[in-house]
Design a protein around this ligand. Structure first.
Ligand code: UD1
Length: 421
């Protein structure tokens, strides 16, 4: 397996282009199942999860045409012949479960492998299933699969999610778009990726109000039509490279990045002593003076601090002046990066869902590995600042969500390379 080798200690300077959001693109691609007409997505990131979703859709019979230069994909679902999402694809990418709502809404049946656990927790999909049952679906779990069907169309319902779920909100939003009557989704996730999906569905002819709020009203329509949609910039890629600039004491322009979807992350960076400036074509991140200051972080649903930025921020805070408390409130097992950061010289104590990070003056390079995407990238960030050489193993985790990460960092002066096995 490939490794990433980094020789740390170089401040990053220059520009990093931010791509389209992976977590917006995945549900948007699943939305192509809702219509026989063509859905075109522009600003598609080229990362492994997106290729996996394209494969899954192709397996179901969606015709996909990619244009690498235009970074777009055109998906036409007029000949969908299959309604099963097999284990082999779902086990590699949990977001495959996002085909459940659209398949059920348009074809009245869907069979999707149960995603099972993953490195950061058990991650059940019970809330997706309960909501679909409320909409009239019959759901059985057998042989590791979710078997769902409905006689006729799904029916609009009042769904109150007992806790906020991004994927659950997206699945139900897509299902409700083609259901009979009105669906209310209360305690809905407000993540920018949910909003992006709702805007795209509107462009396809869906009737949705309350977009961006925690209560979505959807009046089902008989059919959706073709649309072209521009995917929002990736706020997690933005935050990750913002930390890269900050942790190395650099000065980087994140091109196409947006402030509005990232206020919690930028707010914390500013409190830690990092300069964050909005420019005409992106956001500039600079840390010129002194050490980072410790800040407390608590992950929360949007607009709170994103769990997908927790590991990266922890890497930054290992080098801060003073102590920081990081509390993870979304996933139960999301401190897998801690033992690896300790091996690089960090001082971190985990107590249940919280970690106390006492800043050290320097980290030292080491061979490390992680078991999920954001934990892996946090080790890359630590390696950029550490003395000596860091080798991050299991690079396939990084490739799931970061496009050309070593090229983007190297272009700003990082000493980083991919070492093929
Ligand atoms: C999405 C993101 C992921 C991010 C997460 C939280 C995508 C493709 N992935 O994941 O990167 O970390 O949001 O911002 O967009 N839960 C249940 N039952 C359910 C559904 C969820 O108990 O039916 C729990 C989960 O285990 C978790 C919490 O709810 O503890 C939030 O999960 P959810 O918002 O659904 O995350 P995903 O949509 O899987």
């Amino acid at each position: 397996m490939d490794r990433i080798r980094i020789t740390g200690g170089r401040p990053l300077t220059g520009e990093i282009p931010i791509g389209g959001a992976k977590n917006a693109a995945l549900p948007l691609m699943a939305a192509s199942l809702l219509t026989p007409e063509t859905l075109t997505l522009v600003n598609l990131p080229s990362v492994a999860d997106i290729h996996a979703m394209a494969n899954l859709l192709a397996e179901l019979g969606v015709k996909t045409e990619k244009d690498a230069d235009a970074r777009s994909i055109a998906m036409t679902g007029d000949a969908v012949s299959e309604t099963t999402a097999p284990y082999d694809i779902v086990r590699k990418m949990r977001a495959s479960v996002l085909v459940l709502g659209p398949l059920l809404a348009r074809f009245g049946k869907a069979r999707v492998s149960l995603p099972g656990g993953c490195a950061i927790g058990t991650r059940p999909v019970d809330l997706h299933l309960k909501a679909l049952e409320q909409m009239g679906a019959t759901i059985e779990l057998a042989g590791g699969y979710i078997d769902a069907h409905v006689d006729g169309r799904l029916k609009g319902a009042h769904i109150l999610f007992p806790s906020i779920t991004v994927g659950g909100t997206e699945n139900i939003l897509m299902a409700a778009a083609l259901a009979e009557g009105e669906t209310v989704i209360a305690n809905a996730a407000r993540e920018p990726e949910v909003t992006d999906l709702a805007c795209c569905l509107q462009a396809m002819g869906a009737q949705i109000t309350g977009i961006g709020s925690d209560t979505l009203h959807v009046t089902g329509v008989d059919a959706l039509k073709s649309a072209t949609h521009n995917i929002v910039p990736d706020r997690i890629e933005t935050g990750t490279y913002a930390v890269a600039a900050a942790i190395t004491g650099g000065d980087v322009l994140l091109k196409h990045a947006e402030m509005a979807s990232n206020e919690a992350v930028f707010g914390h960076l500013m409190r830690a002593g990092v300069d964050v400036t909005e420019t005409d074509d992106g956001i500039r991140i600079a840390r010129k003076n002194g050490r980072i200051r410790g800040v407390d972080v608590m992950t929360e649903p949007y607009p709170g601090f994103p769990t997908d930025m927790q590991a990266q921020f922890m890497a930054l805070l290992t080098l801060a002046e003073g102590a920081s408390m990081i509390t993870e409130s979304i996933f139960e097992n999301r401190f897998m990066h801690v033992p690896e950061l300790l091996r690089m010289g960090a001082d971190i104590n985990v107590h249940g869902a919280s970690a106390i990070v006492r800043g050290v003056k320097k980290l030292s390079g080491a061979p490390v590995m992680a078991t999920d995407l954001r934990a892996s990238v946090s080790l890359v960030l630590a390696g950029l600042a550490a003395d000596g050489v860091t080798e991050v193993n299991r690079v396939y985790h990084l490739d799931r969500g970061y496009e050309c990460i070593e090229q983007k960092l190297a272009a700003c002066g990082a000493e980083i390379e991919r070492v093929p096995e």
